[in-house]
Design a protein around this ligand. Structure first.
Ligand SMILES: [Ca+2]
Length: 396
């Protein structure tokens, strides 16, 4: 693989008179992310691990894994392939629709439009839906958890269920999510480039966000961002029915294939340990999937999970500097709350929050919880964009 990277580099040198790439450029310069070195092997398995094995072998050690075919057990794997089924059940949903297929940094191009209209138009317009359906959408009632999360307490740790739907050919910026992510693909194909969680802090950040990188995944500027030269990466290629686990805060860049593309990302907070009392005695009797149901993580547990996630590599200490770096988005208005939170948690006032100190939190004011919760319902109608869409509707 290394040899082929060098070959491609040499080829670029040969063509350099036709491009801006020079012979002495670092490998992968101005090329797509991952051109600089071969990927690290990612685990690809055909049998879902047991809930305990999943926690120990993957979640706790921040290791991504592809579980082939695990989503084929979901009812929606079949029913949601049918647009008429979706239209009949959910056509009235006012869905936040993104215009364009390149995920924007701040969702500036999100408008609310009926799902019915989306279903009639997504195939020949550049539209996509990326939406948390966990609390305000009846689609949630059809969501299932795959085998490895079917018991042991994962149910009570789910924070978000992100529904992702487009006609394909979309791509994301390099970003990371503040939760463990079990991404199950219901339709289409996806190519993933994943950077290990431990390398997130050397990845150049986007100035105005703590969840995006400024690096252009389609054209990596190795001279401007030399840290990218030695950045290890995983590659995962998934197709309809596969689930991919991505550990929290693992930067990733995703490209979808050029056909109808639909996925659900189950975001959850890693449990410290499992409570196996609702699991069958013999793990061979685990169901292939179970309904997600109505239970959600409590706000306090979610808050604690967010603090745990700030601890690098699930070690034992969160330093003050790291805490304020991670929560202090420019323009965010809860900085004062953050100071209060820090003071409340760092009970021995030594400038470090330990896992034990997080574990010991039993009460935090609603005001602070409000400030820290991920607001998933903040899309506003945009007059200009609504006009554009209304015009597009008229032209149909
Ligand atoms: Ca402390």
């Amino acid at each position: 693989m290394r040899a082929s990277s060098i070959f491609i580099h040499v080829l670029f040198c040969v063509l350099s008179r036709l491009s801006s790439v020079q012979c002495d450029d670092p490998l992968g310069h101005l090329q797509p992310l991952g051109s600089h070195m071969p990927p690290i092997n990612i685990d690809v398995i055909d049998t879902p691990p047991s809930p305990q094995e999943f926690l120990d072998k993957y979640v706790k050690v921040n290791k991504p894994v592809v579980i082939r075919g695990a989503a084929k057990a979901f009812d929606i794997f079949n029913t949601w392939k049918n647009d008429e089924y979706l239209r009949e059940k959910y056509g009235k949903w006012l869905a936040p629709v993104e215009i364009g297929k390149y995920e924007a940094h701040f969702n500036e191009t999100v408008i609310k439009i009926s799902f019915d209209w989306f279903l009639s138009n997504y195939k020949d317009k550049e539209l996509s839906i990326i939406r948390d359906i966990v609390s305000k959408n009846p689609m949630r009632d059809e969501i299932s958890l795959m085998k490895s999360m079917s018991c042991g307490g994962y149910h009570d740790r789910v924070t978000n269920v992100i529904f992702i739907f487009s006609s394909g050919s979309g791509q994301s910026a390099i970003h990371w999510d503040p939760a463990e992510n079990m991404h199950c693909l219901l339709d289409g194909t996806k190519e993933w480039t994943i950077i290990h969680r431990k390398d997130r802090h050397i990845l150049p950040e986007y100035n105005e966000s703590r969840v995006y990188s400024v690096v252009d995944p389609m054209r990596v500027d190795m001279k401007k961002y030399p840290v990218m030269q030695d950045m290890p990466w995983y590659h995962a290629s998934i197709e309809a029915g596969d689930c991919l686990f991505i550990p929290n805060n693992s930067p990733h860049y995703v490209k979808s294939g050029d056909s109808r593309n639909m996925a659900v990302s189950i975001w959850f907070a890693a449990p410290k340990s499992l409570d196996l009392k609702d699991c069958p005695e013999n793990m061979e009797n685990l169901p292939n999937s179970v309904p997600l149901g109505r239970s959600l993580i409590s706000r306090l547990e979610n808050f604690k999970a967010m603090l745990y996630m700030m601890i690098d590599n699930r070690g034992d200490e969160l330093k003050e500097e790291k805490f304020f770096h991670d929560i202090e988005y420019p323009g965010m208005d809860y900085y004062d709350d953050a100071v209060k939170v820090w003071k409340a948690i760092d009970t021995d006032d030594d400038g470090v929050i330990t896992a034990k100190e997080i574990e010991d939190i039993t009460d935090i004011s609603d005001e602070v919880l409000d400030a820290f919760s991920l607001d998933v319902d903040k899309y506003e109608e945009d007059e200009e964009l609504t006009k554009i869409v209304m015009k597009a509707k008229e032209e149909l």
